[in-house]
Ligand binder design. Structure first.
Ligand code: G16
Length: 544
């Protein structure tokens, strides 16, 4: 095998964000751009010679080309075995499972998640460590330092590998295995959930369902599990073929982007259950006939009912949520005397907690939830969790949600996103918020008196690492909260996210529309951050 070392010079924009490096495809297509980043990943790792690397992506434009480059670089850098999903496809949770199952050293996952795909759209790459989860900050910091000083990268010279044929080839001492993308994941799901009960409930018509795969990676996984294994009617899974541009859509499972599903679920003859997943299969949206379940409520309901699921029947060790996620799960943890952790936004922050078995179930407002079965969030897992719950409780989604609110109260919640804001303006907004933090406690707007205002900082209870500047929190005496932070996953300008939350105990007020119920907080948020005033916008781009 011939290995070459090619000289290169650093790019100055390769700092990983909330979840790896996400940029326009055109940025990744610049000469040596991908190679620089991949070599910087390898240079931040130790003792991987002869070990296994998993490679797969969500199938978006540039996936195949990037994989061929990574294969040759991984070979030149000394990996002994590469495991790759057929067609270059692996959903993010499936990749996490494969890393764990085959004791791989780590994995490279190619995805820009819910961001659109295609030649003019987004691409992304991230490294996952041996526990199957996203690289922790200490590793991404090291990686970023490497991108600033890189002088050369290693690549082996051999022809492209056929990614479509399952099997094994050897190239210059490196074993390259192309595996079925779905089989290992499907096997894992069958161990967690009661597939026999689900088959019966679907067969006897108690559960009818629609799943919108949004032309993204979960199509083949959902078809195999929901239709072929559990017996849902053919066509229950729609938009099921992964396309390089996601059919021109925005593969983000929320009410703004999964219109087709929303129309079905709020239409006449809606099925009992509806769900959607994102570009790389780690996010989920859960719906019932005429009801949307917020991700924060979904997390709380899953935690409260975990004992009904075979894999969690013996109990769960604890729960965690990202800081901007509503406090609904905290109430469950309190009642069940479970430890509950508040982490910064970013799935990587759950990794240590799960490895140390401090938590079993965790989730985020950004449509992600998961358990210790892998180290990523997992869209289809959440779907199967809900289906199992419906089958066990023999109740509709709406009944399950209302019962939960009745018992715990409702955390009325929503998020307002202002996208592609000029970066200077966005930074100005954050500075403006920071400058008010000391003077806010004690200040009142009607029933809303500020109890605390701070910038969230997290100390990992396992390794003691500290992550600062993780968003601005304004908490009120009545338990309401407003959180402001800049997204770490956008690729154009800055995205300001405003998270709003109010607790309502009164059952007669549980059916309110969130925008109406949160109107006062929305007004306070504008007074605090002045996003409309400073950008000239009149409303958020996306409300979830
Ligand atoms: C990623 C992270 C999540 C995070 C989300 C949004 O998800 O894994 O932990 O909540 O981004 O992050 P931000 O608010 O910084 O845009 P995904 O599904 O995009 O990989």
């Amino acid at each position: 095998m011939t290995t070459t070392i090619t000289k290169t010079t650093p790019y100055d924009d390769q700092k990983p964000g909330t979840s790896g490096l996400r940029k326009k495809v055109k940025v990744f297509q610049q000469p040596k751009y991908l190679e620089n980043f991949v070599q910087s990943i390898f240079d931040s790792l130790e003792d991987f010679q002869g070990q296994t690397l998993v490679i797969g992506g969500d199938g978006r434009y540039f996936n195949r080309k990037a994989i061929q480059i990574i294969i040759k670089m991984a070979a030149a850098n000394g990996f002994g075995e590469l495991i790759i999903g057929q067609g270059g496809l692996l959903s993010t949770p499936a990749a996490s499972n494969i890393i764990r199952k085959y004791n791989a050293f780590g994995g490279i996952v190619l995805s820009a998640s819910h961001n659109p795909g295609g030649p003019e759209e987004d691409f992304g790459i991230k490294y996952n460590v041996g526990n199957g989860g996203p690289a922790p900050e200490k590793l991404t910091d090291k990686l970023y330092e490497n991108t600033k000083t890189i002088t050369g990268y290693k690549k082996s010279r051999f022809g492209d590998i056929d990614l479509d044929v399952i099997g094994e080839v050897e190239k210059g001492g490196v074993k390259i295995r192309i595996i079925d993308s779905v089989a290992d994941y499907a096997e894992l799901m069958a161990k967690i959930f009661d597939f026999e009960l689900l088959k019966q409930s679907i067969h006897n018509g108690f559960i009818t369902l629609r799943f919108d795969a949004m032309h993204a990676i979960t199509g083949p996984y959902a078809k195999h599990i929901l239709e072929d294994t559990l017996g849902a009617a053919q066509g229950s899974v729609f938009n099921a073929v992964p396309l390089e541009d996601f059919g021109g859509g925005h593969p983000d499972p929320n009410m703004a982007h999964a219109h087709e599903l929303c129309e079905i679920m709020f239409g006449a003859d809606a099925p009992t259950f509806g769900a959607a997943s994102d570009g790389d299969g780690d996010r989920n949206m859960v719906m019932g006939a005429n009801i949307f379940v917020t991700p924060s409520d979904s997390l709380a309901i899953m935690a409260a009912n975990a004992k009904l699921i075979p894999a969690y029947a013996k109990g769960i060790s604890g729960v965690a949520r990202s800081m901007p996620t509503s406090q609904a799960v905290d109430r469950v943890a309190d009642k069940l005397s479970l430890p509950c952790y508040e982490t910064p936004t970013g799935w990587k922050f759950f990794g240590n907690l799960r490895d140390a078995d401090k938590i079993t179930i965790c989730g985020e407002e950004s449509f992600g939830s998961g358990s210790n079965h892998v180290r990523e969030k997992d869209g289809l897992w959440a779907v199967l969790f809900w289906l199992n719950l419906i089958a066990r409780k023999r109740e509709s989604v709406a009944d399950i949600v209302h019962e939960h609110w009745q018992k715990y109260g409702r955390d009325i919640y929503c998020r307002h996103d202002y996208e592609a804001v000029d970066s200077d303006i966005a930074n100005g907004i954050v500075e403006h918020l920071r400058s008010q933090l000391n003077s806010l406690p004690g200040k009142s707007w009607g029933n809303y008196e500020v109890k605390f205002a701070d910038e969230f900082s997290y100390t990992d209870p396992v390794d003691g690492s500290v992550s600062s500047n993780q968003g601005i929190r304004v908490g009120f005496v009545n338990g309401s909260r407003i959180v402001f932070r800049l997204s770490g996953t956008g690729t154009v300008g800055a995205t300001l996210r405003i998270y709003l939350e109010r607790y309502e105990r009164d059952v007669s007020k549980h059916d309110q529309d969130a925008q109406v119920a949160l109107a006062e907080l929305i007004t306070i948020a504008e007074q605090l951050c002045e996003v409309k005033k400073r950008t000239g916008r009149t409303e958020p781009d996306v409300i979830t």
